[in-house]
Design a protein around this ligand. Sequence first.
Ligand SMILES: Nc1ncnc2c1ncn2[C@@H]1O[C@H](COP(=O)(O)OP(=O)(O)O)[C@@H](O)[C@H]1O
Ligand code: SF4
Ligand SMILES: [Mg+2]
Length: 357
Amino acid sequence: MTTLTKPEQPSGRRDGAPFLSVRDLSVQFATEDGIVKAVDGLSFDVERGRTLGIVGESGSGKSVTNLAVLGLHNPRNTAITGEIVLNGHELTGAPQRTLEKLRGNTMAMIFQDSLSALSPYYTVGRQIAEPFRKHTGASRKAARERAVEMLRRVGIPQPELRVDDYPHQFSGGMRQRAMIALALVCDPQLLIADEPTTALDVTVQAQILDLLKQLQQETGTAIIFITHDLGVVARICDDVLVMYAGRCVERGTVRDILTTPRHPYAWGLLSSVPRRKAPVDAPLRPIPGTPPSLLKPPTGCPFHPRCEFREYVGDTRCQDERPMLTLDSGRGAACHLPAEQQKSIFAEQIRPLLGRS
Ligand SMILES: Nc1ncnc2c1ncn2[C@@H]1O[C@H](COP(=O)(O)OP(=O)(O)O)[C@@H](O)[C@H]1O
Ligand code: SF4
Ligand SMILES: [Mg+2]
């Protein structure tokens, strides 16, 4: 039986450095309408064996950030600046050949849409076996055995038969599992999961989250989990980065963000989640307005046109001055409100809305 192996001690790693370190990352696209500032000065770390959740509404730059880590942007219309250091290796500006080698081997991605990520023309087994053969030089027979084993690992029944099925012969949940098998076949040390369970029903979703957690415990993989679902965050993440308009507006542990969030945008995300104990007709509190255009992001705090709390700041800083994110033991929010005021507003005005005492 093939087993997932523990990652070896990395070669280029600096002592004490996080496995993935992103510093001051900016990603801009040249479009007919102008420059889209999709990611603007983003920094974060991911450690081995831990899961970082990246949350935010649609269009906040979550996928663009992670496609930059994977080196999947088209260099012809994309300008990327900043540092992306994986296991001691600088990825920004690295040759395509280096990135290709790392993708699928050291780092892998699970996409939301398994149908478009799996080719309809090849069997599921072949699509899992090929990258394994390419990266390890294994024989066809060994790679097929590995594909069967991976399908078994992700809970596909009768994998020795299903390995020869085409993607359309799998159900949606099975295809998503097959994609996870494909992403994990080379024992990646960094796994990026971009809304991987959004299209699935809750039971399959829960199974897949448990599976990812279990695989992480076995292999020490670092995971970045992109989602807009805070229930999923609570279930799988250790640390959370809240993104808005291409920037990090709040960072902390999952407990920090879900129990004592400090940023008004994080309050909005939490208040707009349906509450299990609330009466069925209790209104949801969606965040007013819509995310800004990244062609011309707002001045000052990018959230200010939608923020109900900017009057508490007392002057025009919210409109004029970009609030910086300063971290204290990995925790912080980019907001001009003083920390004490963030705490009291949350305790007095937001927590009661969440149905918590
Ligand atoms: N290739 C591209 N060219 C121009 N704009 C893009 C491109 N890819 C993404 N964007 C824009 O970048 C912003 C962030 O997108 P994305 O990272 O996909 O958001 P999400 O947080 O939903 O994953 C969006 O405004 C999107 O329209
Ligand atoms: S800086 Fe001002 S506008 Fe931005 S979140 Fe804080 S209070 Fe609201
Ligand atoms: Mg996305």
